[in-house]
Design a protein around this ligand. Structure first.
Ligand code: IPE
Ligand code: IPE
Ligand code: MG
Length: 230
């Protein structure tokens, strides 16, 4: 049997937590709690499938617009996410946070550092959490770094520019999965997704199952990626 073509890098927009909770007449935070459980399970499914890299969109640079209580609840959960991924570093997982961590509180920052340190030397699946991440911020941040370093503009290439993005060293994203029914990128990996395949699904993130992941992977395997060629 022919082996199914797998993406090297999957990006997942974990959307629909609020609607999941609303449907059950629960507070929005209950949706985030359930969504965090899906995150943990999904990391494991990707590991079992032998995926090289997966990036979960957990909090965008625009999500600060939400009510303070909701933002605080999400931040608390993110801290719990990190505990979960930290345990997976014992199973050779490499944890990486993508985004601007400066505005995060010190306890969360400390946890990020510990979790990233715990991955040093690991060679297994890369599990990235996009946290206070914005694609535009990613590009502006890279440009700032380059300008500050006095890089010769004429020496700049797409490849060298990429090395200053939060995703430096990671392969471009091949497949973006967005549950919840929304069909947009919402500022996720806009540079890295230049040639990604998109799979939008009607399921809400807390209900997202292994079957849904497999369905998205089947759909990806059916796509014909041309990268501008024929
Ligand atoms: C995604 O779920 C979680 C974050 C953006 C942090 P939402 O909270 O956006 O859920 P909906 O879109 O309101 O259903
Ligand atoms: C995108 O979801 C961000 C995350 C899932 C972290 P949003 O719910 O914030 O996106 P919009 O506002 O519907 O575009
Ligand atoms: Mg949403």
């Amino acid at each position: 049997m022919e082996e199914k073509l797998l993406p090297r890098h999957i990006g997942i927009i974990m959307d629909g937590n609020g609607r999941w909770a609303k449907k059950r007449m629960l507070p929005r935070t209950a949706g985030h709690v359930q969504g965090a459980k899906t995150f943990e399970a999904c990391t494991r499914w990707c590991m079992e499938l032998g995926i090289e890299c997966v990036t979960f969109y957990a909090f965008s640079t625009e999500n600060w617009k939400r009510p303070k209580d909701e933002v605080n609840a999400i931040m608390k959960l993110l801290s719990e996410y990190l505990d979960k991924v930290m345990k997976m570093t014992d199973e050779n997982v490499v944890l990486k946070i993508l985004g601007n961590t400066d505005p995060l509180d010190d306890i969360l920052k400390e946890k990020i550092k510990r979790a990233e340190d715990a991955s040093v030397g690991n060679t297994g699946m890369k599990c990235c959490v996009a946290l206070n991440y914005g694609g535009r911020d990613d590009i502006v941040n890279a440009a700032k770094t380059l300008l500050k370093s006095g890089t010769d503009p004429d020496s700049l290439t797409e490849e060298s520019f990429s090395q200053h993005l939060y995703t430096a060293g990671l392969p471009d994203v091949d497949l973006i999965i967005r549950p919840s029914g929304e069909q947009r990128l919402s500022n996720f990996l806009i540079w890295q997704a230049a040639y990604a395949e998109y799979v939008f699904m009607d399921v809400l993130w807390p209900d997202f199952s292994k079957k849904d992941l497999n369905a998205a992977l089947d759909e990806y395997a059916r796509r014909n990626r041309r990268f501008g060629g024929i």
